[in-house]
Every structure is written in structure tokens, then in C-alpha cells.
Design a binder for this molecule. Structure first.
Ligand code: C2E
Ligand code: MG
Ligand code: MG
Ligand code: MG
Length: 287
């Protein structure tokens, strides 16, 4: 496909057209080679129940380490992959890898997978997810698909229908980076979602001496009114966890609880929490 894209770019002639089409084809070809060379891997970051301290699951995050040892951040390569279209291949790889991984975990915890806008808007996405559940043996109730608020703003009927069908199957939908977009309240009310992920910028903004955080209070209240759960991202400090608990946030993820790690590390985290029922540092403040 990369070759075909290159060929098409050449045929298009004109220097300017050639350049932009060529770079998309180059980007596709480079990532396709990297994927088959095993340069892409999936890491897992624990997600923790704030009240009980139990690990409830993990988020799958893609990593790219080039053969020469340099690492490329997903913040750089995901947008490039979106432009070239290769993100659908990466998405398939992550869903299959993470699905297989979670299906063989020692406990039936949830696995969260990021979905790109390109994937969600393509008509065959529902079938792809359903087929992956079949081949990996992962029950739909254990899969959480993470979409961003901005993806839903495009108001695509295909995306909304896909989300509704996925939910009907038992898959949960999480809205990531919540609060950074411009969703209207009327749209939120119709959102086919189960979880709101509180963006890490709101968590980072909690001052060390703060006893409350108005925006986090507003988001958790909104979520409760809509019947959605809340998961906060980027929790690095104990005082942030304390304020989140006070405002009724249910689950957390961040360096305070664990960095993204390989298959062995997430398995160990799941086993440890089942074995000891260890509480998270910091008391839950809600009755
Ligand atoms: P995201 O979905 O919001 O993922 C959370 C990001 O926060 C991850 O960055 C994670 O490593 C980071 N993080 C977790 N805990 C902390 C913390 O305590 N402090 C700070 N400062 N950061 C924390 P990462 O892995 O670099 O991924 C960045 C973004 O790239 C993700 O944001 C997601 O939008 C995208 N991405 C990553 N993997 C995939 C993938 O498989 N598919 C797609 N479509 N996008 C992906
Ligand atoms: Mg995400
Ligand atoms: Mg995330
Ligand atoms: Mg996020």
C-alpha cells in the first residue's frame, strides 16, 4: 500500500502535490517497516480504584523504539500516523496485542485501549473490534475503548452509530481529555459513553495546599448527573489523590500508582493487589 501511495504521488506530477503526498507515503512506509521489524510495543499503566486501592485494570499505551535505540513519543508519531492513515494499522496492532494480553491475565481486570479518530470514523471498525474479541477470547465487558471529546465534536453519524453498537455488545466507552474540548451540554447528554476521564491538566492544577478544586468538583458532579464514572489521569502527588477522592472521583491513574510497564509488570501489579488487598496511600474521604 505504501508503494501504491508513492506511485500515485509520482503520477500526480506537480512538484508541490508530489511533496505532500510523498511525505505521507514515506511516513506510511517508515512505520510499516518499523511495525514489521517489531519496533512498536505496547505498555500497560495500572488504573486504581481510589477507595479500595485495588488495581481495576490498565491502559494500553503504544511505544516506538527505533533499531538505533531512539524512542519516538506517541505525541509525535500518532498525529503523523493519523495523517498518513497508518494509525488504523497501529490501532489494529494495539487492540490485538492488548486484547490477547488481558485475556490471559491472572484476574479479569479491564483493559483500556485508545482509539484514533480515523479508526472510529471508518465503517468497518465495529466488525474489527468484534472479530478481535472473538480471536483473543476477551469478554466485551472487560474492554474499554478510549475516544477523545474532540473526536465526537465532528458529529459523525458513523462514529456515533459505531459507539452505540459497541456499547450494545457490552464494551465500555471512555471519553478522554474531558474538559479540554467544547462539548455542549445537550450533546453530552446524548453521549454514548460510560466513563469520563478527567484531563491531566486539571489534576496538575490542584495546588499542594488545596482542599478542593472547583473544576474537578464540577466535572465529577456532571458525570454523576449523567450516570458516568470518572477516572482521573496524571495523578503524581498524594494531595491530588486526596482532593480527587473528596470530590468523588472513582478511579485514578498516574505515576503515584505506577508508570506504564511491560506485560510482566502489570501482571505483578494485578497479582499483588489481589493477594494483599493493599490500600492506596491516602485515605478515601467519602463515607
Ligand atoms: P492519553 O490517552 O491521554 O494517555 C495518557 C498519557 O499520560 C500517556 O502518555 C501516559 O504515559 C501519560 N501519563 C500517565 N500517568 C502520568 C503522570 O502521572 N504524569 C504525566 N505527566 N503523564 C502521565 P503517552 O503514553 O506518552 O501517550 C500520549 C498520548 O498518545 C495518549 O494520551 C494518547 O492520546 C496517544 N496514544 C498512546 N498510545 C496510543 C495508541 O495505542 N493509539 C492511539 N490512537 N493513541 C495513543
Ligand atoms: Mg487517550
Ligand atoms: Mg488515556
Ligand atoms: Mg488523556
Amino acid at each position: 500500500r505504501a508503494e501504491a501511495a508513492l506511485e500515485e504521488a509520482r503520477r500526480a506530477g506537480g512538484r508541490r502535490i508530489f511533496c505532500s503526498a510523498d511525505s505521507a507515503a514515506d511516513s506510511w512506509a517508515e512505520m510499516a517497516a518499523a511495525l514489521s521489524a517489531g519496533e512498536f510495543t505496547v505498555v500497560y499503566q495500572p488504573i486504581v480504584d481510589l477507595r479500595s486501592g485495588r488495581v481495576t485494570g490498565a491502559e494500553a499505551l503504544l511505544r516506538w523504539a527505533r533499531a538505533n535505540g531512539t524512542r519516538v513519543s506517541p505525541v509525535d508519531f500518532i498525529p503523523r500516523a493519523e495523517r498518513s492513515g497508518f494509525v488504523t494499522e497501529l490501532g489494529r496492532f494495539v487492540l490485538e496485542t492488548a486484547g490477547r494480553e488481558a485475556a490471559s491475565w491472572p484476574v479479569p481486570a479491564k483493559i483500556t485501549v485508545n482509539v484514533s479518530g480515523r479508526e472510529l470514523h471508518q465503517p468497518g471498525y465495529y466488525d474489527q473490534v468484534a472479530a478481535t474479541l472473538m480471536t483473543t477470547g476477551l469478554p466485551p465487558e472487560r474492554l474499554v475503548l478510549e475516544v477523545t471529546e474532540s473526536m465526537l465534536e465532528a458529529d459523525s453519524p458513523v462514529a456515533l452509530t459505531t459507539l452505540r453498537r459497541l456499547r450494545a455488545l457490552g464494551i465500555r466507552i471512555a471519553v478522554d481529555d474531558f474538559g479540554t474540548g467544547w462539548s455542549s451540554l445537550s450533546r453530552l447528554d446524548r453521549l454514548p459513553a460510560d466513563v469520563l476521564k478527567i484531563d491531566q491538566s486539571f489534576v496538575a492544577a490542584i495546588a499542594p495546599e488545596a482542599t478542593s478544586a472547583p473544576l474537578i468538583a464540577a466535572i465529577t458532579a456532571l458525570a454523576a448527573a449523567l450516570g458516568l464514572r470518572t477516572v482521573a489521569e496524571g495523578v503524581e502527588e498524594q494531595h491530588q489523590a486526596t482532593v480527587l477522592a473528596r470530590h468523588g472521583c472513582e478511579e485514578v491513574q498516574g505515576w503515584l500508582y505506577g508508570r506504564p510497564g511491560d506485560s510482566a509488570s502489570i501482571r505483578a501489579a494485578l497479582r499483588r493487589h489481589v493477594a494483599t488487598d493493599a490500600p492506596v496511600p491516602g485515605e478515601p474521604l467519602r463515607p
